[in-house]
Design a protein around this ligand. Structure first.
Ligand code: 5RP
Length: 259
C-alpha cells in the first residue's frame, strides 16, 4: 500500500539471518580446508562474526592436528566488537600465543566488511583493524572469509559507513578537518557508541573515524589509503590493499565464490 512501511515477518527475518550465517560458515569452512595445512604451526585468528566458524573448523581437524599449533588472536581484551578471538581460542582449548612471541605467522584468516575485485578490502567495522592489520602483515598468507554481501566490484558499494580510521584522541578533530577539507570526505564522522554514550574507543584506547569516499577514489584505494596514513594522529587505516592472497564468500545457494 502507498505510504505503508514494509514490515518483514519474524520468519522472513529469521530465514535471511540464517542464510547469512550459513554463508559465513561455508566460506570459513572452505577456506580452512584449503589453507590450514598440517605443517602450519602458527595461525592468526581475526575478529568478527565469521571468524568463529574458522575456529570451529580448525577444531574439527582434531586434537592431534592442533596439539603443536599456536593461535594468535587479534583481540586480547574485552572489545567493542563483541567478538573476541582470544576467548574463542581459549574456549576451544587451542594453544594461545601472542604476536610478540610469534611475529611470523603461517596463515591468518579474518573477516572483512567488503572485498573488491582486486582483493583490496575494508576492515574495521568492529574497530579492530589495527590489530587485524598487524596479524595480516605478519602472516605469510592472509585469507579473507565473508558472506556474499561483502563480495563487490568496488569498495563502498554496500558498506556505507566508509573507511574506518583509528586516530589518537588528541588528534581526532584535526584529522576530521583534514578529511573534510583536503582528502575529499566531507561526511567523515567520529564513530559514536550506541545511544551516543560517547565515542567508540578501540582496544588501543583510540577513537575511530568513518570516512566515506566517492567510488572513483575507491576504484584504486591504495593512494587514498597512503594519504590518510600520512596524516599525523592516524594510527591505522581500515583499507587493506594488496594483502590478501584469496577471499572466500559463502553464497545463498550453498556455493562458494573464491577470489
Ligand atoms: C572488525 C572487522 C571484521 O573482520 C569485519 O567487520 C567483518 O566482520 P563480520 O565477520 O562480523 O562480518 O574488520 O574490525
Amino acid at each position: 500500500k502507498a505510504g505503508a512501511e514494509a514490515v518483514l515477518s519474524p520468519k522472513t527475518v529469521e530465514k535471511a539471518l540464517s542464510a547469512i550465517e550459513s554463508s559465513k560458515r561455508l566460506a570459513a569452512y572452505t577456506a580452512v580446508d584449503h589453507y590450514v595445512k598440517p605443517e602450519h604451526r602458527v595461525i592468526g585468528i581475526g575478529s568478527g562474526s565469521t571468524v568463529p566458524y574458522v575456529v570451529e573448523r580448525i577444531v574439527q581437524q582434531g586434537v592431534e592436528a592442533n596439539k603443536d599449533r599456536v593461535f594468535i588472536p587479534t583481540v586480547l581484551a574485552l572489545s567493542v566488537s563483541g567478538f573476541q578471538s582470544k576467548e574463542l581460542i581459549v574456549e576451544s582449548r587451542l594453544n594461545l600465543g601472542d604476536v610478540d612471541q610469534y611475529p611470523v605467522i603461517d596463515v591468518t584468516l579474518d573477516g572483512a566488511d567488503e572485498v573488491d575485485r582486486s582483493l583490496n578490502c575494508i576492515k574495521g567495522g568492529g574497530a579492530c583493524h589495527l590489530r587485524e592489520k598487524v596479524l595480516a602483515e605478519a602472516a605469510k598468507t592472509f585469507i579473507l572469509v565473508a558472506d556474499y554481501r561483502k563480495n563487490v566490484e568496488y569498495l563502498g558499494t554496500n558498506w556505507q559507513p566508509g573507511v574506518p580510521i583509528e586516530v589518537v584522541p588528541f588528534a581526532y578533530a584535526k584529522v576530521l578537518s583534514n578529511l573534510h577539507n583536503s582528502l575529499g570526505s566531507p561526511n567523515a564522522s567520529l564513530r559514536m557508541a550506541v545511544k551516543k554514550a560517547g565515542p567508540v574507543v578501540s582496544d588501543n584506547g583510540n577513537f575511530i573515524i568513518d570516512a566515506p569516499f566517492d567510488q572513483e577514489k575507491m576504484k584504486d584505494p591504495y593512494p587514498i589509503m597512503a594519504q590518510i596514513k600520512m596524516l599525523t594522529g592516524v594510527v591505522e587505516v581500515g583499507l587493506f590493499c594488496h594483502m590478501a592472497e584469496a577471499a572466500y564468500f559463502g553464497n545463498q545457494d550453498g556455493t562458494v565464490t573464491i577470489k
